[in-house]
Design a protein around this ligand. Structure first.
Ligand SMILES: Cc1cc2nc3c(=O)[nH]c(=O)nc-3n(C[C@H](O)[C@H](O)[C@H](O)COP(=O)(O)O)c2cc1C
Length: 329
């Protein structure tokens, strides 16, 4: 019953054989990973992240050379584009299939994305953000639950995937029935992919599970740590953003493996903010040494479902096969 997945509205509209999109993970979703996902029949989004032009150019070129270009797109952190959108402008000249924007107001970028012919994908964390995404002309909305790896909304504001996705599916059915919905946050195997479809999503955006593949640009030490970490082992806070000197606006924070340096500061975030110098020096030394008791390893709760580091094509095929067996049965 692979056809249940190949015939989802998302698969059909984007010419995919499986309703999976690679999350545009900053510094991890490079050209090789995006190309491998696209070859496997998924949508491969290069992680343009903070909008580094040279990185985006290098990795997008790799993706377009090695993957079917009609399944290659990219994603950016919207509030960083407000400072410098040159990487977005360059990416649009390459005619990507889709551009995903997260964490900020997508409307200032909507017209140029539409002119390029790319489909606009907007990731949201709360119902209140949805009308803005629709106004921007989003063809796809990603409902990101707080289980997700990387940035998302903090504990006061974030939603859980299992209740957020069906609520948003109902809203879209009533207000914008042509807009597609992807579930994100915790989708990491056939069960969770099938669950996304059952909850009313047209497909899934997968981050953490594809981070733990051969093609991902995540450091090998971080990937090995992920293999040893269960789903209890991540936490969401501002700690690593402060340590990394990333000026993220509220109410966004960051989920990663809850290592020793995180534990040292997680109950004293205000103190860390007020005097970060010593902790930053420790963090910088950890990054330099590849010591993940200090450096961050960015994965979500789905790390508990990561038990190997396969190639991305094999992983997409495995998730698809397992989900199809569940949905078919
Ligand atoms: C390593 C990593 C980096 C990420 N970087 C970005 C990013 O630059 N832009 C973005 O929109 N989302 C980013 N995300 C979040 C993903 O878009 C997505 O919401 C998330 O990975 C889904 O949850 P999952 O990790 O459980 O699959 C990142 C996630 C991870 C794991």
């Amino acid at each position: 019953m692979a056809s249940t997945l190949a015939s989802s509205r998302f698969s059909r509209r984007f010419g995919l054989s499986t309703p999976i999109a690679l999350a545009p993970m900053a510094l991890a979703a490079g050209g090789e990973l995006a190309a491998a996902c696209a070859r496997a029949g998924a949508l491969g989004l290069v992680g343009g992240g903070y909008g580094d032009l040279a990185w985006t150019q290098r990795e997008t070129r790799i993706a377009l050379e090695r993957g079917p270009r009609e399944r290659i797109g990219c994603g950016f952190i919207t509030w960083k584009l407000d400072e410098d959108a040159s990487a977005l402008d360059w990416a649009l000249e390459q005619r990507p299939r889709a551009v995903m924007l997260s964490f900020g107001d997508p409307r200032p970028y909507a017209a140029r994305i539409a002119r390029s012919g790319a489909a606009l994908v907007c990731q949201v964390q709360r119902m209140a953000q949805v009308p803005q995404a629709i106004e921007a002309g989003a063809q796809v909305i990603v409902a990101q639950g707080a289980e997700a790896g990387g940035h998302g909304m903090d504990a006061l504001n974030g939603r859980a995937t299992i209740a957020f996705v069906p609520e948003l599916a109902d809203w879209l059915a009533g207000h914008a029935p042509d807009v597609l919905l992807l579930a994100a946050g915790g989708i990491a195997d056939g069960r969770t992919l099938a669950a996304a479809r059952v909850l009313g999503a047209d497909g899934a955006l997968v981050g953490s599970r594809l981070w733990a593949t051969r093609e991902s640009l995540a450091q090998e030490g971080a990937k090995r740590l992920a293999l040893e970490t269960d789903g209890d082992g991540t936490a969401r806070s501002a700690v690593f953003d402060i340590l990394r000197r990333k000026n993220w606006p509220a109410p966004y924070d960051f989920r990663a493996i809850r290592n020793a340096l995180h534990r040292q500061w997680e109950a004293r975030v205000d103190a860390l903010r007020a005097g970060p110098e010593a902790a930053r020096a420790e963090y910088d030394a950890g990054v330099k040494a590849g010591d993940f008791t200090k450096a961050h390893a960015t994965v979500g709760e789905a790390v508990g479902l990561v038990r190997d580091l396969p190639g991305a094509e094999e992983l997409v095929a495995r998730m698809t096969r397992e989900a199809a067996a569940i949905l078919g049965g």
